[in-house]
Ligand binder design. Structure first.
Ligand code: RTP
Ligand code: MG
Length: 140
């Protein structure tokens, strides 16, 4: 199985409730290594650009607004099959549908304030990692 990297974001609802350590513990227990991490406050332009793929969706404005309310923690997770593994430990977008033990089941407040973001493909992982990190900031 391939060693992959994926981009993870601990969203404002998570940082606001001091859940950074608890969520990171779930990643690490699943074998995902945090090889880069920083706490930043997204600008509106950054949030709009990051979620540009959703620009036509009805929730876009609300999502962008929610992502700039508080700092976020952006991370690179590395491990075997990291992209799919992270999606599994995150759980379904809507916490009401998320499986037991997943981050969204454990911590999410709502379908929008759902605590974490994770890249959904190898191509998106590459571009999302490059959106936030220089290669020299990633220390495996
Ligand atoms: P993500 O991209 O954040 O990892 O989550 P995802 O693939 O599970 O969800 P996606 O469909 O890509 O949506 C991106 C984020 O938009 C918010 N959302 N709100 N109000 C709504 O119906 C709704 N649907 C999605 C969520 O914050 C979701 O993570
Ligand atoms: Mg998505």
């Amino acid at each position: 199985m391939a060693i992959e990297r994926t981009l993870s974001i601990l969203k404002p609802d998570a940082t606001r409730r001091n859940l950074t350590g608890k969520i990171n513990a779930v990643f690490e227990a699943a074998g995902l290594r945090i090889v880069a991490q920083k706490r930043i406050k997204l600008t509106e332009d950054q949030a709009k650009a990051f979620y540009a793929v959703h620009a036509e969706r009805p929730f876009y404005g609300s999502l962008v607004g929610s992502m700039i309310t508080e700092p976020v923690v952006v991370q690179v997770l590395q491990g075997e099959n990291a992209i799919l593994k992270n999606r599994e430990v995150m759980g379904a977008t809507n916490p009401a549908q998320a499986a037991e033990g997943t981050i969204r089941k454990l911590f999410a407040e709502s379908i929008e304030a759902n605590s974490v973001h994770g890249s959904d493909s190898a191509e998106n992982a590459r571009s999302e990692i490059a959106f936030f990190f220089a290669e020299t900031e990633i220390l495996p």
